[in-house]
Design a protein around this ligand. Structure first.
Ligand code: NAP
Ligand code: HSE
Length: 434
């Protein structure tokens, strides 16, 4: 058989995703051969401990030397080890050896995607990474290719399944944060370092990848404003429900135009937000992911599905393997890096959002006027004020109209300094209103 009568595949990583990739390569071999135009042959699977048998992976294919496998000259090297340093070295070595690379490694792409793109360009190979954001959901290819003739203005989504599962339980079953964290842990949903999920860093990595593709501007994880879900309380959940909202951890990337507030640019942020129950993202429950995209000509679109798990993630990886394998046979290349816009990444203070503010206040005359002045002094317009209780138990819930995040934060600082405000009980951004 000549080299072009088959396409060779090396897989770095034989864990949750790697095992599913090997299984699907075998189960779908006949279909894959037809779709690629040649059979795919697995040449090796790199793991840390090659002495331990893995279901579905022939022992003879296991190696504990990922670098040797990366350098072996396979047509396509699939990196599903995770982590940064070894993964980066192996991907760069694979490209230097002439292999195209498919990876699911959001952390590495969001930290140093530029180096991977550069190496792919230098060595004339492909870099595909559909599985790195929202698992099985076809999302990056639509952004990179299907919407290449349009202008994407905003991407807003639920891209971390673990926190969506936790927030769903807190909302629907009234479970407190600590209890639902323990439940997510017992189900094996949490990353080895749980702060990646609950503190928003996993979503931030995905937001950076989405922003770069959507706006043709280099964005890394350090450019993303991040707030996790650890401070979301049962009180916030109940207040949101009462007002017809649900709380979601959102990843939002948007273009803002030049204005009196400053120059044009992109803003990328991850934080919990109240979303109206009528918004499509409010209906995304449990560990599902969904991403809402607004493009100038196409209008609004939503992409929904499973964001994690061995088979869902392997499905996205294999789609990329087919694309890279076809390119090997045809001599073509898929899309490369596109950062021609070069827009600045702006601070979150420039984002325009609405706020919900829950205040514990002294119930006496003049309090409302004081509070209203704090908003007015920062140029923030109030939409609704709702009072609960009297005397010692008095509480006020204020919903604002849209203002810059900077003005809203300054208002909250002012409120904290007022004698009539005992505590600022909760503050949350409101997104997705008409
Ligand atoms: P995993 O279950 O922990 O598997 C990692 C695999 O890589 C294991 O087989 C491990 O070997 C091997 N490995 C790690 N470091 C290695 C090293 N230095 N040398 C040799 N082998 C090494 O991880 P996973 O869940 O499959 O995730 C893999 C990648 O996919 C990550 O980048 C992750 O972010 C991404 N991803 C995962 C999901 C998901 O649902 N799991 C979804 C989307 C994206 P041992 O088995 O011997 O330890
Ligand atoms: N920890 C991630 C999540 C895994 O919960 O969505 C998939 O990237």
């Amino acid at each position: 058989m000549s080299a072009r009568d088959e396409v060779t595949i090396a897989v770095l990583g034989g864990g949750t995703v790697g095992t599913s990739i090997v299984e699907l390569l075998e189960a779908n071999a006949a279909d894959l051969r037809e779709r690629v135009g040649a059979p795919l042959r697995l040449t090796g699977v790199a793991v840390r401990d090659a002495s331990r048998s893995r279901p579905g992976i022939p022992d003879a294919l296991l190696t504990d030397d990922p670098m040797a496998l990366a350098r072996s000259g396979a047509d396509v090297v699939v990196e599903v080890m995770g982590g940064i340093e070894t993964a980066r070295e192996c991907i760069l070595a694979a490209m230097a050896a002439g292999s195209s690379v498919v990876t699911a490694n959001k952390a590495l792409l969001a930290e140093d995607g530029a180096a991977l793109y550069r190496a792919a360009r230098e060595h004339g190979v492909d870099l595909y990474f559909e599985a790195s954001v929202a698992g099985a959901i076809p999302l990056l290819r639509p952004l990179r290719e299907s919407l290449a003739g349009d202008r994407v203005r905003k991407v807003m989504g639920i891209v971390n399944g673990t926190t969506n599962y936790m927030l769903t339980k807190m909302d629907e079953e009234g479970v407190e944060y600590d209890a639902v964290f323990a439940e997510a842990d017992a189900l094996g949903y949490l990353e080895a370092d749980p702060s990646l999920d609950v503190d928003g860093h996993d979503a931030a990595a995905k937001a950076a990848i989405l922003a770069e593709l959507a706006f043709h501007t280099r964005v890394t994880i350090d450019d993303v404003f991040v707030e996790g879900i650890a401070n979301v309380t049962a009180d916030d959940m109940a207040a949101a429900r009462e007002m017809g909202f649900v709380i979601k951890l959102l990843a939002i990337a948007e273009v803002v135009e030049a204005s009196a507030d400053g120059e044009a640019g992109v803003i990328v942020r991850v934080h919990p937000a109240m979303v109206p129950k009528t918004h499509p993202l409010a209906a995304v429950r449990e560990s599902f992911n969904a991403v809402f995209v607004e493009a100038q000509a196409a209008g609004e679109m939503m992409f929904y599905g499973r964001g994690a798990g061995g088979h869902p993630t392997a499905s996205a990886v294999l789609g990329d393997v087919v694309a890279a394998a076809r390119n090997r046979l045809s001599g073509g290349l898929g899309p490369g890096e596109s950062t021609y816009s070069g827009l600045p990444v702006l601070p979150v203070g420039r984002a325009r959002t609405e706020y919900y503010v829950n205040l514990d206040v002294a119930d006496k005359s003049g309090v409302l006027a004081n509070i209203a002045s704090a908003f007015a002094d920062e140029g923030v317009s109030i939409q609704v004020v709702h009072q609960e209780g009297h005397g010692e138990d008095a509480g006020l819930i204020v919903r604002t109209h849209a203002a810059t995040d900077a003005a809203l934060q300054a208002t909250v600082d002012r409120l904290r300094g007022l004698d009539s405000v005992r505590t600022v009980v909760g503050v949350m951004r409101v997104e997705g209103e008409e």
